[in-house]
Design a protein around this ligand. Structure first.
Ligand code: MN
Length: 285
């Protein structure tokens, strides 16, 4: 099932080119009172929401999904986790380009650990607003895993049982010497979309083709099979450090081909089994 959030906080079911309004199914997530437990309440109640969506889909207003404004499919993650240097060919390109590394040597994820991005992702229709247009801002296309339930110290064997679904992620990055959490967590530098594909539709998240174009030029073209830490290992590793909550997002790292974008550019992102999204770039402010 492909679920999206769109326009004015509506919930949509995506079926081919169509989007069916199933906003009323949000009520199936139940009522809650302050203080809410950490995490996204809709994702936490996904089984009940899905069952309700199956009931309502035949009654919902239908339109083309291209005609709506797509928001991040997850409204309230507690965190968006980033995986640095998780593809060997990206590490090699970084070490060959001082515009990426700024004089440091990039090693692999097992030395870097993880980092945290802006926990309020934007959707594709909201676009990316570059804060420093006089500096290099790179696209990093990444598979994004969306956590389904609270978990700590998950084993690799059980890891994928904790995934509610998958989406396309963009780990936008301004290059420079500042800490990653400044450069990669600027408003709008976490992009998630175009919808969440529930985990049952993805047989193997470690075998998905992913591609990114800028203004029609192919920049990134790889497969998640090239990840150094595969999806199971990333979940186990992340959950050893951070309790994972429903709706938390793990961006799994970028393959080679990262490069700069400028105001006016349009990024097209595709991941096999999920779909495609276009994201416009503008200057902030
Ligand atoms: Mn990244």
């Amino acid at each position: 099932m492909k679920l999206c959030r769109y326009n004015d906080q509506k919930l949509g079911l995506v079926a081919g080119e169509q989007l069916i309004d199933v906003t009323e199914s949000i009520a199936a997530a139940g009522e809650w009172r302050w203080p809410m437990p950490p995490g996204d309440r809709l994702i936490a109640a996904l089984d009940a929401v899905r069952a309700d969506v199956e009931e309502r889909r035949k009654w919902g207003f239908v339109q083309l999904h291209e005609s709506v404004s797509l928001l991040s499919p997850v409204a309230n993650p507690t965190k968006v986790i980033g995986a640095p240097a998780n593809y060997r060919a990206h590490i090699d390109e970084a070490n060959a380009d001082p515009g990426i590394t700024f004089g440091t040597t990039t090693s692999a994820i097992d030395e870097y650990g993880l980092f945290l991005k802006n926990p309020v992702p934007v959707g594709p229709s909201e676009g990316v607003a570059l804060l420093y247009t006089d500096r290099r801002n790179d696209h990093e296309l990444e598979l994004a895993m969306i956590v389904g339930r609270a978990a700590k110290d998950v084993s690799e064997a059980d890891a994928l049982d904790h995934v509610a679904g998958y989406a396309i992620g963009l780990d936008m990055t301004v290059r420079g010497r500042e800490d990653r959490s400044l450069r990669k967590a600027i408003d709008s530098y976490s992009v998630l979309g175009p919808w969440m594909v529930t985990a049952d539709e993805i047989d193997d998240p470690d075998a998905l083709a992913l591609r990114l174009w800028v203004n029609g030029e192919l920049r990134q073209d790889s497969t998640t099979a090239n990840q150094i830490f595969d999806c199971r290992k990333l979940i186990a590793y992340a959950s050893r450090h951070y309790t994972l909550y429903p709706g938390d997002v793990i961006m799994t790292g970028t393959p080679e081909g990262v490069g700069p974008v400028r105001p006016g550019d349009v990024m097209r992102c595709e991941i096999e089994g999920i779909g495609a999204m276009e994201v416009a770039v503008r200057a902030a402010g």
